[in-house]
Design a protein around this ligand. Sequence first.
Ligand SMILES: NC(=O)c1ccc[n+]([C@@H]2O[C@H](COP(=O)([O-])OP(=O)(O)OC[C@H]3O[C@@H](n4cnc5c(N)ncnc54)[C@H](OP(=O)(O)O)[C@@H]3O)[C@@H](O)[C@H]2O)c1
Length: 294
Amino acid sequence: MDSETTLKTPVLVLGATSLIGRHLLERLKAEDLDPFAISRRPPQVGDGGGEACWLDGDLKDPRLAEHLPAVATVFSLSPIWLLPTALPALKARGMVRLIAFSSTSRFTKVDSPDEGERSVALELAGAEKAVETWCAEHGVAWTILRPTLIYDEGRDGNVSRIARLVKRFHVMPLSGTGEGLRQPVHAADLAEGALAAAHAPATRNRAYDLVGGETVTYRVMVDRVFEGLGKRPRSLPMPVWLFALIMRLAKPFYPGATTAMGTRMGQDLTFDSGEAARDFGWAPRAFRPRFQRT
Ligand SMILES: NC(=O)c1ccc[n+]([C@@H]2O[C@H](COP(=O)([O-])OP(=O)(O)OC[C@H]3O[C@@H](n4cnc5c(N)ncnc54)[C@H](OP(=O)(O)O)[C@@H]3O)[C@@H](O)[C@H]2O)c1
């Protein structure tokens, strides 16, 4: 690995209220980098967020530059499709280095039976290309990080949603036997990884897939959630058609429920983070979530 560089300041975090944001702000503060953070709803004083100087701003605002401080390094944790139109404002305020999160969904949702998911995949891929091209043309060193499924106990909409269902129903239905492979990655590891990537010269103008420290089947992932709640695993395999029917009936109560979720439980959604390990020491934790049990 190339030797570490000093991160150029000032540092700005977009999407700082996201799952990764809290952890990244803590780490930046611990390195005395005193970040600026942007949100459409900045936290109030006494409501957390003491690790940053918060700015009230919308990335879609055509007058964004007027709301921004001088910046050098930008971490983008908001959806990457918001970035292309915001890049000129960020550059106008001094951006020379960009670390932007995208998602492995750009690959896994391309062939989804759900039209909304297919368009997310297209938007992610299009935004990545736009960011790469614009940065290359304007002298900004870019790094794109694509996590798999992100979790952060009690906060995310993936693993923590399973935990909420388990707490409520004490059983978790599976579409088929849930043999599709998953690599859940912790938000705190992604914050550490983003900072390590920003420090490592080898990451300039490259994209990385970031997976968790363990590859498990969907069923084992659910078992670990039970264990994290102090419960004996009780998943309920069922025919794919029956699970799809339940998802359709559940949609009014759980708007995020789609039949595509069931289809995916049998599919392997795996990636390789070997290049990230080589270039910036990516070494995430194994999947052993721990939840509040009350
Ligand atoms: N969740 C996952 O499992 C997952 C998996 C792979 C990749 N990712 C990627 O990882 C990153 C973090 O994911 P996440 O799920 O925690 O966050 P997210 O829901 O994708 O993004 C939420 C963040 O984006 C900000 N944001 C949204 N619209 C904005 C706008 N118009 N102007 C300014 N800020 C705006 C929000 O800020 P305010 O609401 O405070 O304004 C919030 O901080 C994202 O890039 C996401 O695509 C997520």
